[in-house]
Structures are given as structure tokens and as C-alpha cells.
Design a protein around this ligand. Structure first.
Ligand SMILES: Nc1nc2c(c(=O)[nH]1)N[C@H]1C(S)=C(S)[C@@H](COP(=O)(O)O)O[C@H]1N2
Ligand SMILES: [Mo]
Length: 198
């Protein structure tokens, strides 16, 4: 299996591999605002809507049939730990955007999740190959507490920008704020600038 290594991403941000104020951990801590939500695999769908040509709804099997890849990435939590060399398998955001046909006036994205979590990013920060909707971690199904069946990963931003249990991707023509962004976390979340809290 080919693994695309994107662990040199920090060079783009003129920073060290472990961003300032972060400590490397070999564990994979769990951070969830309200525990792991239940879901029915038969009912689950990933919905894509808003400023797109084709609003889409994928079952898990349908989504897993989309062109996917495996990447080696680092993971930076705003609370101060970084986990290096995570292997995530999934669909890149640009691939998903291509399937939906994003309108020219789309500028922002809101991710929605099964636990009521939301998080937002400018469209241009989503249109990077290392932003993935991932269903596998280190070769196995993504563990439920880490966002299985499907989560977003954002290695260029603190990990709260990556919704676990993602079930919706909404393309917006105006910026909006997600769950933590409304509650004092940085809207921009660049780990190499320590954009932690607003
Ligand atoms: N749906 C959802 N996604 C979420 C969260 C959450 O509470 N709900 N927590 C975020 C935060 S603050 C972090 S640091 C990462 C943690 O991912 P992990 O639990 O796999 O380490 O998920 C992010 N995505
Ligand atoms: Mo977090």
C-alpha cells in the first residue's frame, strides 16, 4: 500500500515538526465534548449541501468506494499534545469538493457531526490534500471514540478543526462559526502561531 507522507507540512509554516508549546505523546488521547454518540450504521449518511451543484448523500459503503488514499500525518491537539506519524485512510477534501461541484461563490465550510458538534474552516483551507475524511487509522477501522465511522483530519490546524463522527459538509457563501469557535477557541487555529484561544 502506498502511503503519502505529509509530515513535512510544518515547513510550509516555517515551524518545527512539533509546534511551539506542544509535547509529543505516543498515546492517542480522546477529546470529546459529550462522549461518543451512538449511531445506526444502516441509517448513517454523509450529506454534502449548500453552495454546490450536486447535493450528495453517501452511505458509508458508497463513500468508501470513492477514490481514497492513505497518508502519514501529525495530529496537534490545542490542549498541548501532538501525536506524530498517524496513518489515516480516507477521501481528500478536494476529491469530495470535486464530486459535489463547488459554486464560485462558496468561501467557507461548516462540518457537522453526530454529537451536535460543528467546526468551520475557510474553503481554501479545506482545499488541501491533507484535509481528509478518514475511516481508517493505522490500517484498522477508525475506533469509535476517535470518530468512527468517519472523521475529518486537519494536520495544518489544531485538531478541533477536524470533526469526529462527521455526517455533514456544508458549503457556505459567508463565514460562520462552529461549536468551539463560538466558545473562545481560535477561529484560525494555526499551531505554528499558537492560535489556541481567541
Ligand atoms: N464531533 C466531534 N468532533 C471533535 C470533537 C468533539 O467533541 N466532537 N472534539 C475535537 C477536539 S477538541 C479534538 S482535540 C479532537 C480530538 O480527537 P481524538 O479524540 O481522536 O483525539 O477531535 C475534535 N473533533
Ligand atoms: Mo481539542
Amino acid at each position: 500500500m502506498t502511503v503519502r507522507d505529509v509530515t513535512d507540512l510544518h515547513e510550509e509554516f516555517d515551524g518545527e515538526r512539533v509546534p511551539p508549546g506542544q509535547r509529543e505523546t505516543s498515546k492517542f488521547p480522546v477529546l470529546s465534548k459529550s462522549g461518543t454518540p451512538n449511531y445506526d450504521p444502516d441509517e448513517y449518511s454523509l450529506d454534502v449541501w449548500g453552495a454546490v451543484d450536486d447535493e450528495r448523500s453517501f452511505s458509508l459503503d458508497e463513500f468508501k468506494a470513492v477514490d481514497s488514499e492513505t497518508q502519514r500525518q501529525d495530529f496537534h491537539c490545542v490542549t498541548g499534545w501532538s501525536k506524530l506519524d498517524c496513518e489515516f485512510t480516507g477521501v481528500t477534501f478536494p476529491t469530495l469538493a470535486d464530486l459535489a461541484g463547488v459554486h464560485d461563490d462558496a468561501v467557507h465550510v461548516m462540518f457537522h457531526a453526530l454529537d451536535g458538534y460543528t467546526t468551520n474552516l475557510p474553503l481554501e483551507e479545506c482545499m488541501r490534500d491533507e484535509v481528509m475524511l478518514a475511516w481508517a487509522f493505522d490500517g484498522d477501522d477508525l475506533p469509535r471514540e476517535h470518530g468512527g465511522p468517519l472523521r475529518v483530519v486537519t494536520p495544518h490546524r489544531y485538531a478541533y478543526k477536524g470533526a469526529k463522527w462527521v455526517d455533514g459538509v456544508e458549503f457556505l457563501t459567508e463565514p460562520e462559526r462552529g461549536y468551539w469557535e463560538k466558545r473562545g477557541y481560535s477561529n484560525t487555529a494555526n499551531p505554528w502561531n499558537e492560535e489556541r484561544y481567541a
